[in-house]
Design a protein around this ligand. Structure first.
Ligand code: KIV
Ligand code: ZN
Length: 449
């Protein structure tokens, strides 16, 4: 019997909020290419841009609306006629258009930025939604800076826009100020207090200034939000938005805690992340969850040993499930004999235990000097261990008892043809490791280190 899971709408704003992050602007062709990838990824809504912002943005939104037909295509507009009409002009040929109207509601924004009163704010929000609704059935409203807005006033604005026809209420934590428990309570309060709330979808839009964007978005979902706004690689204003890949995989890996499903094809996550990075030239941080190059890399010997025996020891999801080609063993000073022997085997060399111990001692000394031991280093090490008198490289120190090391089975050695470059992630793990090394428990421990 399948588990009943509520569906959460994934609203991708990589092309709008994401594009607002420094160094991430994209031209029309690039935006269209990424929108097509977002379509393959299976997001429900693509916020394609802010049409009034520039002619380029207008043309990009229009091109995406006319080309990408499955998802809803949204365009952003401030709560005023020129913005809303321009957004509609760009969106009108979309198969499923949405106008997304925003207006700040916190006193700090009303007083210093907009210079309007609360009453004027309510009236402006209502009129903007009525106008948007006269053009398009699907209208989203965002009270900007909602998490620093007086809750009673927030409900007053939300009552007005629901009455005017908004179909999605998006609650932005514009400045990344809230924390999960508080944001969950805010969503619950909105569900309790806003009139007509049962007719609309509640959405969460979280920024990452305190590193809590994903946690806040998940708290909102647990409290009843059914749309999350997020970006690939978490790009966005300042510290960024909630990362799409992290939200989706949290729900997929922990269905016991998050009984929700999305339409995202998780195997497309890595390709989407790579495409964005390639287009913007902004690299993904190596330790980025899900899509960073270290997300499935293992360097510590104990971890490598565990992963070789069973990936479940140190991996909570398979690399394949997010489209990463394979787990990686990175050979460095924390690596153990097990990973070293596997890599030697992959390069065509099998050592008995004694020879491996000797290799391992040399390997650790080398790894202390250089950060990553690549295949060509390893091949030199193998050659040097096998023929100690020929040791030529200043990097590798011969050991006194090297002559006792024995290569059990070695193919003809040709360091130049064998020295294939290690891929950028390190060394691929074999599908199954059948160790030929018999060990006692004590040796088994050493095997891991
Ligand atoms: O962060 C924010 O408040 C926004 C709104 C326009 C939704 O991006
Ligand atoms: Zn935002």
């Amino acid at each position: 019997m399948g588990i009943d899971r509520a569906r959460v709408t994934i609203f991708d704003t990589t092309l709008r909020d994401g594009e607002q992050s420094p160094g991430c602007s994209m031209n029309q062709q690039e935006k269209l290419r990424l929108a097509q990838q977002l379509d393959r990824l299976g997001v429900d809504v693509i916020e394609a841009g802010f049409p009034i912002a520039s002619d380029g943005d207008f043309e990009s939104v229009k091109a995406i609306a006319e080309t990408v037909r499955r998802p809803i295509i949204a365009g952003l507009a401030r709560a005023c006629r020129p913005d809303i009409e321009r957004a509609w002009e760009a969106l009108q040929h979309a198969a499923r258009p949405r106008i997304h109207v925003f207006l700040a509601t916190s006193d700090i924004h009303l007083q210093y930025k907009l210079r309007i009163t609360r009453d004027q704010c309510v009236a402006q929000a209502r009129e903007a939604i009525l106008l948007a609704k006269s053009l398009c059935d699907d209208v989203e409203f965002s009270p900007e800076d909602a998490t620093r807005t007086d809750p009673d006033f927030l409900c007053r604005v939300l009552d007005a826009v629901v009455e005017a026809g908004a179909t999605t209420l998006n609650i932005p934590d514009t400045v990344g100020y809230t924390v999960p428990s508080e944001f969950g309570e805010l969503i619950a309060m909105i569900r309790r207090c806003v009139k007509g709330i049962e007719k609309v979808t509640i959405s969460a839009h979280c920024h990452n200034d305190l590193g809590l964007a994903v946690a806040n978005a998940l708290a909102a979902v647990s409290a009843g939000a059914r749309q999350v706004e997020c970006t690939i690689n978490g790009i966005g204003e300042r510290a960024g938005n909630a990362s799409l890949e992290e939200i989706v995989m949290a729900m997929r890996v922990r269905p016991d805690r998050y009984r929700y499903e999305t339409g995202v094809e998780s195997q497309q996550l890595f390709a989407s992340s790579q495409m964005l990075s390639e287009i913007t030239g902004v690299p993904v941080q190596p330790n980025k969850a899900i899509t960073g190059r270290n997300a499935f890399a293992h360097e510590a010997g104990i971890h490598q040993d565990g992963v070789l025996k069973n990936p479940l020891t140190y991996e909570i999801m398979t690399p394949k499930s997010v489209g990463v080609p394979d787990s990686k063993l990175v050979l460095g000073k924390h690596s153990g004999r097990h990973a070293l022997s596997i890599r030697c085997e992959q390069l065509g060399y099998t050592f008995d235990r004694r020879a491996l111990d000797d290799m391992y001692r040399r390997f650790v000394r080398l790894a202390d000097k250089i950060k990553h031991v690549e295949d060509h280093h390893l091949l030199e090490l193998i050659r040097d261990t096998h023929k100690p008198t020929m040791s030529a490289t200043p990097l590798i120190e011969p050991v006194v008892d090297a002559t006792q090391a024995a290569v059990v089975s070695a193919p003809p050695m040709d360091a130049t043809t064998m020295a294939t470059d290690t891929d950028p992630f390190g060394v691929p793990l074999p599908v199954q490791s059948e160790s030929h090394h018999e060990q006692t428990q004590q040796e088994d421990y050493l095997w891991g280190v």
